[in-house]
Design a protein. Structure first.
Length: 229
């Protein structure tokens, strides 16, 4: 048995660019046959500018979408905490897994200078990092050794994410691959996702399954289903 998750999903509650409430996202994905979502709202200086005066206030605001999704999901649909983080040095975005609410408050996550600096924090807190849409316009190449994986299918129809190049790059450097929708609103592209071997209990369990390659890609660059990761 496998469990279908979208692991790159934004909410209107916590991402400035989100246009769908957490409750409506849960309703949509449940109807599509998914078993759960990883809510990866934006954590960066720009997104947090108007969301409280202190980092603690900004962090609580960041969690609103995740908490609203959990409330809407009930017992038959799983919600996992994730994050899409951006650092001060570039426009690159990274998906972070392995989080809990306590880790969100451990440091000001809007103020990390670069990936290398954050990599130390991630290792100290058992987090894993996948680069999101790495070949979208204005993205920069990073040292693959700083990554645990790479998003090779990004289903956001409003951008050209050059998924084929991302796949070839991940293959070249032996990086784990992920597929996701980058959901903000209905863009008309095929929804992404992964099939997991187990139902993840939380973000730490999801990170473990990803690290152990215990999943398959739902949508694979050109839309082919059920490809091995």
């Amino acid at each position: 048995m496998s469990f279908l998750f979208d692991i790159h999903v934004h909410t209107a509650e916590s991402s400035n660019c989100g246009r769908v409430t957490a409750a409506d996202a849960v309703k949509r994905y449940r109807a599509l046959g998914y078993n759960g979502l990883c809510i990866t709202d934006h954590m960066n200086k720009q997104n947090a500018e108007n969301r409280g005066n202190t980092y603690e206030e900004k962090a609580r605001d960041f969690l609103k979408g995740y908490r609203a999704a959990r409330e809407a999901a009930g017992d038959d649909f799983k919600i996992i905490l994730g994050m899409e983080i951006r650092f001060l040095d570039a426009d690159n975005d990274y998906l972070v897994f392995g989080l809990d609410e306590e880790k969100i408050f451990k440091a000001d996550l809007t103020m990390f200078e670069n990936l290398r600096e954050f990599r130390k924090f991630a290792d100290e807190n058992s987090l894993i990092i996948f680069q999101a849409h790495p070949f979208r316009q204005n993205m920069k190449i990073v040292d693959p050794a700083l990554l645990d994986g790479m998003e090779v299918y990004n289903g956001h129809g409003g951008h050209d994410s050059r998924n084929d190049i991302a796949y070839r790059w991940a293959e070249k450097y032996g990086l784990r691959m992920s597929s996701a929708s980058d959901f903000h609103y209905d863009t008309g592209m095929e929804p992404g996702g992964i099939y997991l071997d187990e139902m993840p209990e939380d973000s730490a369990h999801l990170a473990k399954l990803l690290l152990e390659n215990r999943y398959k890609l739902k949508t694979f660059v050109t839309g082919t289903s059920d490809r091995n990761s």
